[in-house]
Every structure is written in structure tokens, then in C-alpha cells.
Design a binder for this molecule. Structure first.
Ligand SMILES: [Zn+2]
Length: 338
């Protein structure tokens, strides 16, 4: 690596499946690595894996690291900088801020991944010139980060904008992972694709042949990737499920527009980014029928898969005032003790 900077930052995007870590300067990513997030261990295993990755890859630069930002899956306890009972990682809860500050002796700011991604859009993405915007992810789940009047909204635990749990159909029987019914995420979370398909098959609303229907009846688990493969092959059941996805997502986006009045919405997340050609146009055209305010610009994020890393970098370099208020004191105390 020939790049030499005066000071470095480390950005960490901690997902349920993969962890991405990047050495950065304040302008962007210099070098990155991706590995599978540990699924077993204790409350320190994940922090230890991050620490050893940083030391093994960039050990000779640790002195020049100014700060680290972590964009993590939730739910987050932002005051403690830890993740509590995540839906898709079997480790019950895990510490991030405390062990990493202790071992690296640097400020480590820990923020919900969608909240971080919105901040990343402000400094490295499409939101540079906006004061009111939303980053939306359509992936395993549905979530958002929101900036209103230039302020990044955080919430009391750091879990603001759980937009996936907006009720888009209050007559629905379909139950969300959170226990509620008719939530946006039931219809548009990648984790719930099989649930929607089984519901459609059981309702028996399809009386023409569908290869996908046969698969569902045989008990095969269908994920988002397979659903969209069948859609591309013209399967009628896949078409129904994708139509529901589009309707629910248009309703959800219209709701967040009505609540936050943004100028811009950027959309990321693997389900959306892999299927922009199918989803973008129909979603945007349906949003307009349910908004009371002038619709914002809606576009796929140009930061792609790296939106979480840029979010973490933005948190480390341009730490939002509220995050410093919440985590700064504890960070100084731990560095002082070390
Ligand atoms: Zn829910």
C-alpha cells in the first residue's frame, strides 16, 4: 500500500452476515477488508475480531489513527455503545465501544447502521447540498436514517427511524418479526419473503400454474434472491409477491415523506440495489399518489455496498454533536484510565 496520510480513520460496517472494515483518510476509503461476522462466542468476541483485524492489517498505522466509527446492526444501546439482542446474530448481546476504546486507546463512536449511512450521504454521497434527507435501506429488513434541518435524528436509545415497523396494512394478518401485524417490513423485508409467499399460496389466490408455487408447497425456503429470479422468469406467484413488495414500499415511503418532508431520499440495501430495474420506477410512480407535500428526489444511493462504510467514516471524521454528547465522556474516561 503506497498511500501515506498524516492521519487515518477506521470505518467499520458491522452487518449480521458480514463485517467490513476500512482504513480511510478523511476523504475516503484507502483499503478495505470483508469477513464473516462471528456467530458464536461471548459479548466480547465481535469486538475482539474487529481489533485483531485492524492490528493485523494496519498495525503499523495504529498510532496515526485519529478515530473509529462503527455502523452496526441494532438494536443499539447508544449510551453504552453495545448491541442488545440483535435479530439475526445468535450472540445475545455484545459490547463494541468499551473494549475497542480500551484496546486501541482511540475514540470509537458507535451508531446504528442506517443512521450512520444517512450521515455518510451528507459527506460522501448525494446529500452534500441538502439539509433534509433520508437514507432508506431495503435489505433483510427495512430501516432508515433521517436528517431534518441539518440534524441527524438519533432517538433515546439510538434506534430512531424504525420505519420498517410502520403499519402499511392494518387489516393484514401477516405478523412481523417484532410481533406486530401489517408492518412494511413484513411485506418488504428480505427475511420475510417466504412468509409472504406461503400466505399467498395458502390463500389460494392463484389458480394458474406457477413453478414457484410448487416449490413453496414442497416446503422449500425462498429468499429474496430466488424470488426475483422467478420474477425475471415471468412466474405469476413471484409477480404477485413483487407487486405486494412494491405497494408496501410505496406506502412506506409516502408515510416517511409525509412525516419528515425531505428534499431527497436515497435508497440502498441489497434487495433494492440488485433489482433497481424492477423496483425503482413502479415504487416512485406510486409514492406520488399518497403524499401531501411535494415529492422529493428519490434515487438509488451511489455509494452502493460501501454506504455503511462511508457512514461509519462520516461518524468518525464529522462526529455529530449529539453522538459526542452521548459517548464522548465515557470515551475520555476509558482512554484516561488506560
Ligand atoms: Zn414490525
Amino acid at each position: 500500500m503506497s498511500h501515506i496520510a498524516e492521519e487515518y480513520y477506521v470505518a467499520i460496517d458491522l452487518g449480521a452476515t458480514k463485517t467490513r472494515i476500512a482504513l480511510c483518510d478523511k476523504n475516503g476509503i484507502i483499503e478495505k477488508t470483508v469477513y464473516y461476522t462471528p456467530r458464536q462466542g461471548n459479548e466480547y468476541t465481535i469486538a475482539e475480531s474487529i481489533h485483531s483485524k485492524i492490528v493485523s492489517m494496519w498495525g503499523n498505522k495504529v498510532d496515526k489513527i485519529k478515530a473509529l466509527g462503527i455502523a452496526t446492526i441494532g438494536p443499539l444501546d447508544i449510551k453504552e455503545g453495545r448491541v442488545v439482542r440483535p435479530a439475526n446474530v445468535p450472540i445475545r448481546s455484545f459490547e463494541l465501544l468499551k473494549p475497542l476504546v480500551k484496546t486501541l486507546k482511540k475514540p470509537v463512536y458507535v451508531v446504528n447502521d442506517c443512521v450512520a449511512a444517512a450521515w455518510g450521504e451528507k459527506y460522501y454521497g448525494d446529500a452534500v447540498n441538502y439539509e433534509n434527507f433520508i437514507y432508506l435501506t431495503l435489505s433483510t429488513g427495512v430501516g432508515a436514517g433521517v436528517v431534518v434541518d441539518g440534524n441527524l435524528l438519533i432517538g433515546k436509545m439510538g434506534n430512531a427511524h424504525e420505519v420498517g415497523h410502520i403499519v402499511v396494512d392494518f387489516t393484514s394478518d401477516l405478523q412481523c418479526g417484532c410481533g406486530g401485524r401489517g408492518h412494511w417490513e413484513v411485506f418488504a423485508g428480505g427475511a420475510n419473503v417466504n412468509k409472504v409467499l406461503r400466505y399467498l399460496v395458502e390463500k389460494n389466490s392463484l389458480n394458474i400454474y406457477s413453478e414457484l408455487k410448487e416449490k413453496v408447497l414442497s416446503g422449500e425456503q425462498i429468499d429474496a434472491r430466488k424470488l426475483f429470479e422467478y420474477y425475471r422468469k415471468g412466474d405469476p406467484l413471484a409477480k404477485k409477491a413483487v407487486d405486494i413488495y412494491i405497494e408496501a414500499t410505496a406506502a412506506g415511503i409516502a408515510s416517511i415523506i409525509n412525516v419528515y418532508d425531505p428534499e431527497l431520499i436515497t435508497i440502498g440495501g441489497s434487495v433494492f440495489l440488485n433489482n433497481v430495474d424492477i423496483l425503482y420506477e413502479p415504487i416512485v410512480s406510486r409514492v406520488k399518489t399518497n403524499t401531501i407535500t411535494q415529492p422529493p428526489i428519490i434515487k438509488p444511493t451511489r455509494l452502493g455496498d460501501d454506504v455503511g462504510l462511508y457512514g461509519a467514516l462520516a461518524i468518525a471524521v464529522h462526529t455529530p454533536r449529539k453522538i459526542v454528547e452521548i459517548q464522548g465522556k465515557m470515551i475520555s474516561r476509558i482512554i484516561g484510565e488506560a
